[in-house]
Design a protein around this ligand. Sequence first.
Ligand SMILES: C[S@@+](CC[C@H](N)C(=O)[O-])C[C@H]1O[C@@H](n2cnc3c(N)ncnc32)[C@H](O)[C@@H]1O
Length: 224
Amino acid sequence: MKIDILTLFPNMFQGFLTESIIKRAIQKDLVEINIIDFRDYSLDKHKKVDDTPYGGGAGMVLMCEPVVRAIEDLRGDDSLVILTCPQGKTFNEGVATKLKEYHHLIIVCGHYEGYDERIRNFVDMEISIGDYVLTGGEIPAMAITDSVVRLLDGVINTESSTFDSYTDNLLDYPTYTKPENFRGLKVPEILLSGNHEKIKEYRKLEQIKNTQKRRPDLLEKKND
Ligand SMILES: C[S@@+](CC[C@H](N)C(=O)[O-])C[C@H]1O[C@@H](n2cnc3c(N)ncnc32)[C@H](O)[C@@H]1O
């Protein structure tokens, strides 16, 4: 998979791309991630990419020209162009699972007051990562990229992702590590038994109990 991220702040991605699982996925050629500066597509001699809003008001607005030129340059037959936007479809594991099927994602990060409304005509999808407003689309772009990349074959051990929260509309079961007793808080006996069948049953039950307690709405979805 290839992911192109369009941003005004490429340096924000430095740590994201050079640590942990995303770094390894890139090294193993499981994903190619390109960070592209909108300014590279500006026709202005000062590389200007934003301006004040018509009608007045606060903040700067990303201009159509550099953003649309970038999208048109990068877009191929199998690309999906995503605009990060607090007004978009709320992102979740289901959306991540759909996005992982694309060969090429282009993610556009807004900033400041946002972008010229007309840019919406040039994207395929608008994604919000939740009902709150961030200063820019960079963190949403990282969240989307991270959740999609970890679903790609070979990125993480499939055994470890099979029971992850939101798979099959269930939350994950609780996990423990050493010591067996931490300040009187003990690891459930069953996990020390070595009986794999019983552990499997216990974990499934815990997934259901966990979901009933924390996110009963997911169980209703399951029965849709
Ligand atoms: C300060 S926000 C602009 C908010 C816009 N004026 C509004 O109220 O809808 C700047 C940029 O950050 C990104 N952004 C902020 N919150 C977001 C969210 N919850 N999900 C996705 N992107 C977000 C978008 O790219 C947005 O264009």
